[in-house]
Design a protein around this ligand. Structure first.
Ligand code: UTP
Length: 287
């Protein structure tokens, strides 16, 4: 049973500057919910009970968002705003166990995961990155957890993208086992299109076993002086360990850059039962 998830949210969010000068990028809002809430809701819907945020200075708002807010609740109660009060309480109650650990320097995603090791302990765990939100019938992380529990090995979420787009991602070289499932032979970080081993790009969902920490501890800093998760995975695979990739079923939005953020906002607004018709009309008038 995979009950713990690590959410590394200690990055600087430079692609969304100046919005992220004082506001964590995870707290930027899609419709009326911060991006991180979509991700936490997916984790909870996938059976996660313990959430471990890896934070840096200035990220306190993320933790506050999932905590109770007695003054706000009292105010809403007094004003008789029952629906809003219920919603505020639902968000505070979403996460059963919430903890946070500081990554004092932004030394990379691999380092951020390593910082969470003492809180993870000796059990398999999930990792969700804060940029990608996925709309899916079966929550995206649950698809991965099912595969990892069946295979008893790490499973990484991937998406098939046009070749000209994969240079922004880690890309796998995999051997197909069954529909959508691959055994990974190699991973390459941000390859040039002509050098990419496939069109299968790693997106921000993973299930790991504690063994990953041993590799994160021993790999040297890679690109940009950062401890790269991809390097740890590549080292594991070179040692003959089984690591799998699963093509996730669903629609993914990358909210970590302005273009992806706007697309996610429009797509979610169009699907919203109340807003949808109004935004559709607005867009068609505009066009
Ligand atoms: P990104 O590479 O997207 O970096 O990190 P970023 O800082 O969030 O955004 P940009 O590129 O500057 O715009 C991928 C994930 O890893 C986390 C980030 O918070 C993000 O969820 N991360 C990255 C850390 O927690 N610590 C790090 O040192 C680096």
């Amino acid at each position: 049973m995979i009950r713990k998830a690590v959410l590394p949210v200690a990055g600087l969010g430079t692609r969304m500057l100046p919005a992220t000068k004082a506001v964590p990028k995870e707290m930027l809002c899609l419709i009326n919910k911060p991006v991180i809430q979509y991700i936490v809701e997916e984790a909870v819907a996938s059976g996660i009970r313990d959430l471990i945020f890896v934070v840096s200075r200035g990220k306190e708002a993320i933790l506050d968002h999932f905590d109770f807010s007695p003054e706000l609740e009292a105010e809403l109660e007094e004003r008789g705003k029952k629906a809003l009060l219920d919603e505020v309480r639902r968000v505070s109650g979403l996460v059963e166990n919430l903890s946070a650990v500081r990554q004092k320097k932004a030394l990379g995603l691999g380092h951020a995961i390593l910082v969470a090791a003492p809180l993870v302990g000796d059990e398999p765990f999930a990792v969700l990155l804060g940029d990608d939100i996925v709309e899916a019938e079966e929550p995206c992380l649950r698809q991965l957890i099912r595969a990892a529990e069946e295979l008893r090995a790490p499973v990484i979420g991937v998406e098939r993208l046009p070749r000209e787009e994969v240079h922004r991602y880690g890309v796998i070289d995999g051997e197909p086992l069954r529909e959508g499932l691959y055994r990974i032979n190699d991973v390459v970080e941000k390859p040039r299109p002509e050098e990419a081993p496939s069109e299968l790009a790693i997106i921000g969902r993973y299930v790991f076993f504690p063994e990953i920490f041993t590799y994160l501890e021993k790999i040297p800093p890679g690109a940009g002086g950062e401890i790269q998760l991809t390097d740890a995975l590549a080292a594991m695979i070179r040692d003959g360990k089984e690591v799998y990739a699963l093509e996730l079923k669903g629609v993914r939005y990358d909210t970590g850059n302005p273009e992806g953020f706007v697309k996610a906002t429009v797509a979610l607004a169009l699907k919203d039962p109340e807003l949808g018709p109004k935004i559709r009309k607005f867009l068609s008038d505009l066009l």
